[in-house]
Design a protein around this ligand. Structure first.
Ligand code: ZN
Ligand code: ZN
Ligand code: FE
Length: 753
């Protein structure tokens, strides 16, 4: 049999993940000649040998690639036989205008985790141990091609031993750019609360000791600083809340393994997979009732946010005797500001919060928050897509010109796209913080530079005053405006590869509507290009505007006033007693005079109002608290649906329901009321879908918007729609909240240009 020669182009995340040594070893094993080189698109391989071995090579490529690689495409073509022996790794080539993909930051691999605790290993207890299968990537990259000089490791010249590993194609640290050891790599230091360095032979052991004693330690991680403390120590957790000015928003906790997690939370099969996954996200888990953690970790909620150790340092912390079973590991910041990642800001921003600082001299170039997910059956809902995912792309069917979609202002995520590759950016947070907006701007520039995408088109939310929209409009490029809820649904369509018209259920807090009012409870019929509003939540007054978002009793009063007029005081005595008669009287005056009472058809605001009138929560101390507590509070026993109707303008009228809820609240049966409320909303949404289907024949339903983070609502709605023969679609890799907006904006713009 004559030899054959194949040229193979592999695209995807294949650089900086041990792909070349893998290919080298595979080719050697099969006695194939040829070479491999990195290029701007991925890698190009040429192999020459018997046809059978070439086929085996291709099988190996597809079936056993290195763990961190993500192959998106393999293209093979036969070329002329050249002869020659041996397989070579050639120098990278960086011409062309393709896009080289960059790996996200990774958790410690099992091999490194084992070496870390092996007394005989030269990296025993070294907190920066890594290899081609693990370690930081995105957060240390300053530019491309991804090579050590282009990372924050450039200031650590490798020692002889490390260099030998780095250069040896048979070593698992071959071309591992962050490769380091205690002799040549970064090191940790412990500082006191004032930022003075403390004498210490083992700073990690000392930091662990302080945590065990009940102190708060700021720890430099992969994408930023965490504030760590004993999650079972109520006094310490409260102290952290006071210092961080974070009243009740839940803290994420880290435990050493799933077995320990099961001591305080229920872990099902899918959740187990998510906890152990390479991305190591924060997984939302139901409390198991025992409440073995400090009560103020997640007050009023029936869930904890839990993740497992993902840096070598985390593993070391849990290796000390007496260490708590769970540690608070919350973003190092004050209140809702972006996470601190820059050492220069440490004293200014975290001084006064942490008692100690465990720092190191490996610079974090890019901030990247922990990601948050929830299991839903066998599936995953990504609520925040950041560390572990960013900057991995998602792929679309349609090709796009180079473009930037700016996203929204809350839970802000931009995306850059070119060809059929879309790069969603990291979670940035609320752009109203100057620091966050700065990070937003810089991250966009960084993405443009590392992926070499120069946008020719910008897409923004229609909102006239969004910071993100203003930023986009001021770039001086052709700009497309996309309505907020249309973008929510388009994002789900793109991910599920749907082209035709769908019914879109977009339920969220607020978005700028086509008519200039605030929307947020919208039933749409749309494809990528067009969007028509069919039904919506009832218009609700928001007395005090933004104040009404923070204080749900205001929207509750507006809702009650709409039904009872000034008789609220008699109709709902418990509500009046809890909130205060005088405050309600004053607000009624404001509502009557229609002063500062914008109107919204927002589902989020409606859930707020109901949470307050069911006496669950009158004030939000964090975004979405009232609805989240309402969900927690529902007894889930009741499947009754109380009345709703749909008026001529397409508004769903829930007044009958509200009257019933007021009765439940005054009859001390609010938990039942909360269940009935969720059921009724689900029934009403289903009824609207049925009406649309009758009119249009459309039977595909896409769900978008932050309100669908409500598990109870989904539990009620999904079977309801399935029973009626609807096919349901939700996001797969993107958040259902505003974090998924930018991809939807892009999809709409693409259909329109
Ligand atoms: Zn490793
Ligand atoms: Zn070394
Ligand atoms: Fe939204």
């Amino acid at each position: 049999m004559p030899p054959v020669r194949l040229k193979i182009n592999v695209r995807g995340i294949v650089q900086g993940v041990g792909f070349r040594p893998f290919v080298y070893n595979l080719a050697e094993r099969l006695s194939l000649a040829g070479h491999i080189l990195n290029n701007r698109l991925g890698v190009t391989i040429e192999i020459e040998g018997s046809e059978g071995n070439c086929r085996k090579f291709l099988d190996g490529l597809k079936n056993e690639p290195p763990p961190l690689s993500r192959i998106s495409d393999i293209e093979t073509q036969a070329v002329a036989v050249e002869g020659g022996t041996g397989f070579k790794i050639l120098h990278s080539r960086s011409e062309g205008d393709g896009i080289a993909l960059i790996s996200p930051d990774n958790d410690v691999c099992p091999n490194c985790a084992r070496e870390l605790l092996d007394e005989n290993d030269r990296r025993y207890r070294y907190p920066f141990i890594n290899c081609t299968d693990c370690g930081p990537r995105y957060s240390i990259i300053e530019g491309t091609p991804y090579d050590r000089p282009m990372t924050s490791m450039s200031v650590f010249p490798m020692c002889e031993k490390c260099l030998a590993e780095y250069g040896n194609v048979r070593d698992r640290r071959f071309h591992a750019q962050p490769n380091a050891c205690p002799a040549c790599g970064p090191s940790v230091k412990l500082l006191d609360g004032e930022g003075r360095e403390l004498e210490s032979t083992d700073p990690i052991a000392d930091a662990a000791g302080h945590i065990i004693e009940g102190k708060i330690v700021a720890i430099k991680g992969i994408g930023g600083y965490h504030l760590a403390c004993d999650a079972t120590n109520e006094k310490t957790v409260n102290e952290l809340r006071a210092r961080k000015v974070r009243k009740e928003k839940p803290f994420a906790v880290m435990s050493p393994d799933v077995k320990t997690v099961e001591g305080y939370a229920i872990v099902n099969r899918q959740e187990d997979i998510l906890l152990k996954s390479r991305e190591k996200p924060i997984v939302l888990l139901r409390k198991n009732g025992a409440e073995r953690l400090a009560p103020s970790i997640a007050p009023g909620l029936n869930e904890y946010g839990v993740f497992l150790p993902y840096t070598p340092l985390h593993h070391l912390l849990f290796s000390f005797n007496g260490m708590a079973t769970a540690l608070v590991m919350t973003s190092g910041n004050v209140s809702d500001e972006p996470i601190v990642f820059d050492d220069a800001q440490l004293a200014e921003r975290l001084g006064g919060i942490a008692d100690f600082f465990l720092i190191n001299n490996r610079r974090i170039v890019w901030r990247c928050d922990d990601s948050v997910v929830r299991a839903r059956g066998d599936e995953t809902m990504i609520l925040r897509r950041s560390r572990g995912w960013v900057p991995a792309p998602i792929f679309a069917d349609k090709k796009s010109p180079p473009m930037l979609a700016c996203g929204g202002d809350l839970k802000s995520v931009f995306c850059l796209a070119k060809g059929n590759t879309i790069f969603p950016g990291p979670h940035i947070g609320d752009l109203e913080h100057a620091e966050a907006f700065d990070s937003y701007r810089k991250s966009i520039e960084h993405f443009q530079s590392i992926f070499r995408i120069k946008p020719e088109l910008v897409v923004v939310d229609k909102h006239p005053r969004y910071f993100s929209s203003r930023y986009g409009r001021e770039l001086g490029l052709p700009t497309v405006e996309v309505q907020h809820h249309h973008a929510h649904i388009a994002s789900v369509m793109l991910e599920n590869r749907i082209e035709e018209k769908v019914i879109g259920l977009a339920l969220d807090g607020t978005g700028y509507g086509d008519d200039g009012t605030i929307w947020g409870g919208e039933l749409l019929v749309c494809d990528f290009e067009n969007c028509e509003r069919k039904f919506h939540f009832p218009p609700l007054k928001l007395p005090g505007g933004d104040m009404a978002v923070k204080e749900p009793w205001r929207t509750a009063t507006a809702l009650l006033y709409d039904i009872y007029g000034e008789n609220i005081l008699d109709a709902h005595p418990r509500f009046v007693a809890e909130v205060g008669e005088k405050k309600i009287r004053n607000l009624i005056m404001m509502i009557k005079a229609d002063v500062n009472c914008p109107v919204a058809t927002s589902a989020g605001r409606f859930f707020d109002a109901v949470s307050s009138l069911l006496l669950v929560r009158h004030y939000n101390s964090y975004d979405g608290q009232a609805p989240i507590l309402l969900e927690s509070f529902a007894d889930r026993s009741e499947t009754v649906c109380e009345g709703f109707s749909i008026n001529a303008e397409g508004a769903i009228d829930f007044r009958e329901l509200v009257v019933k809820l007021v009765e439940y609240a005054n009859g001390a049966d609010a938990a039942k009321g909360a269940s009935i409320f969720h059921n009724t909303i689900a029934k009403a949404l289903a009824a609207c879908c049925i009406a649309i289907k009758k009119e249009t024949g459309i039977a595909k339903v896409c769900l978008g918007g932050g309100t669908f983070q409500n598990g109870l609502l989904l539990e009620q709605l999904i079977p309801e729609l399935q029973r009626e023969g609807f096919a349901l679609f939700m996001p797969k890799q993107l958040p259902i909240n505003d974090g998924g907006l930018s991809v939807g904006q892009m999809a709409v713009a693409l259909a329109r240009v």
